[in-house]
Each structure stands twice: as structure tokens, then as C-alpha cells.
Design a protein. Sequence first.
Length: 327
Amino acid sequence: MSEEVEYGREVLRLEAEAVAALARSLGESFDRAVAMVLSCGGHVITTGMGKSGIIAQKISATLASTGTPSFFLHPAEASHGDLGRVGERDLVLAISNSGANEELRRLIPGVKRIGARLLSITAGADSPLARHSDCVLPLPPAPEACPVGLAPTTSTTAQLALGDALAMTVAKRRNFTREEYALYHPGGALGRKLMRVRDLMRGIEGAAAARTGQPTREALLGAGGLGRRPGALPVVDGDGVLKGLLTDGDIRRHLLRDPSFLGRPIEEVMTPDPLSAGAEDLAASAWHAMKRRNFDELPVVDPAGRYIGLLDVQDLLQAGFAEGDGA
């Protein structure tokens, strides 16, 4: 084994041990911190300088994406007007390994005057930050995983892990759902995984249906003719229950066999009992079903089988389902 691999393993061992020690140390202050976040009537405002500031930004992003309104405040900019972003209903989460950072020290009096509560993550139990905090989440002592013992490594790993623990515990207490996660992640693969058919389907007003018993010509003209978009026409009975789907493929096949088909009832021309989806089905499942069968349209029905809309492949493509196959 090379010296480089050996040292890399040592770095990971030190950081893993710091996180394990942190897990063992969690106690009453963590309960209080969770309660403070849950009771916050405004925003959870994270702040920190240098590497701790980068960790604070990540924690803020995690909170926001799991249902807790949050943003990052740069402590140096706070002294030059950005303190006005803080309100009395907010909770300020300050992160500093030493707890003696000068920029944070200047921030504390302003936060107190505004009336916001102060929560801190710090290893400096007797530091100015800890003394002025309403609640402290202490970091157990741990050596930095650095050849000279100075670069923030173990300490920032512990900060990040503790911030994740706080954000995830709050999300669990709030019964944060997959649907809420999809709401906050509309773009990218994660959002597509949780998107529902109802989010993309065209309602009846945008995807008219024909009635059983109608002559095919009348149904097509009523739907806007052969040049319509999408390329399929749902067919329903008098109660609105889906009975079939007339596709461009159906029309082409009948044109080749019997050019007079336009005068025949639409149920003699349509594809009966077509594949359909429910509004609450995952859009990704519908996408895969359409790909397997080479369909461009999928009718959407309610639990009673009544037609309520149409899912078109073009809308799925515009939502990004071609990227990564919707997964």
C-alpha cells in the first residue's frame, strides 16, 4: 500500500471518528435546537466566515429544500447593511469552530437588538459566540485532519454532519413528504422522479374528447381536424367514461382499407380499452409505459374511469423526461 493511500485513509478515519464522537455527544441542546427551528416564525438565517461559511450555505440550502425557509447571510456584509435582512421572528444559526471570529462578534449585538434568537454550532464552549447564544450545539474536541493541524477539515465535516442532523430531524418532525420535496425540486432528475401525471397532463379543455355513436368525420371535425395537436382523440360514453382512443395510426390504417370509414361510428374505428393513467400516478411511470408501447398520448382517467385529461409525449419531453430516461 502506498504512503498516499495510507495517509488518505488516516484523514478519513479522523473525520469518521469526529462524526462518531459528535453522534455520541448529542443531548438536550439538540432537542432545544430542533424546537427553536420548528417554532421559528420567520427564516432560519445561517451565517459563518470562511470554510464555516461554506458549510452554513449548504445547511441553509438543505433546510430550504426540506421545508424550512432559510437563507445565508455573510457576516461581513451584515455589518454593511445586510443586517436589515434579519427580523425579530427569525432564527440566526451561526457556525464557527472557535466561536471567536471577529465578523461574527460584530454581528451578535445587532441580532440581539433586533430580537432574533441566536443558535450556534461551535467547539468554543467559552467563546463570545457561545456566551451570547440562546442555544449552543457543541462540537466535541477533535484534531484537524491536516499535516500541520490547521486547515479546517475534521471541524467542517462535523459542522456539516450536525447541520444535516438538525435539518433532517426537523423535516421528520414536520412529516415532510415526497410531494413537498417535489414542490421544492421542480427541475432536474430528482424533481422528475416525484412529478405526478396531474402536473403535466392537459385538461379536457385542452384535449377534447369524442362521444360514442358519433360518425368518425363529425368527431374529427369537432376535435379540430386531422391537423390537431395532440395526435389522438379520446372517446367517451354518455357518462364520460373512457371507451377508446382514435389515433393517427387508426386513421391511416382505415384509409388504406376503407376510405369511406369517415361515415362509420367512431367506436368501429377507434382502439378500444386503451392504456390509461391516473392523475396521481408518477409521471415517470407513465413515461416508461409510453416508451415501452411507443405511444405518444396517454388518456388520464379518474378512479371511476371517467376521462379527465391527456398526457402527451411532447409535454413530457419539455419537462425533461428525455434526460436520464426520466429517472
